[in-house]
Design a protein around this ligand. Sequence first.
Ligand SMILES: [Zn+2]
Length: 154
Amino acid sequence: MIKYRAMIDCAGWAMSSTHTEDRARIEAFHTNGAAIMITISPGRNKGARAYMLTPGWAWWRKIPLPAVEAFVTRLEIPPKAKRPPVGSPCTCEKVKYPTRDRAMDTLTDITIKRVIKRNGVQSERSAYRCPCDDRVWHVTSQDPRMPKNDDDRR
Ligand SMILES: [Zn+2]
């Protein structure tokens, strides 16, 4: 993970990372809207996995680890990333967003519509990361949930 952090940091992406006993996650955003996520869960016997997202894509796609460097340094999309989007273990009966920004964009739209309607009905007002899947964000009418050991920057 350290080598990916250094690589992403060097390339100037806005990066955040989180680490618990049984898993670690790096998440980084390029100024053009591209995103990359690398997760590792040794406790669950899972090796490192990398996912990428570009502004034109609806969802994360899994990419081979050796392709991370080309994507991070030159925004090269590996041919193997062009397969169907990855699935999700999320079983929440909620709309899924791949990043906090996209979830927040929806909230902004909802707020604008509410203001236009002037009906004052409180609807979704915050975004939180899905407890089942790092790659999923939901919006909620509850106060923002702040899961332990998680960072909420994106
Ligand atoms: Zn969920």
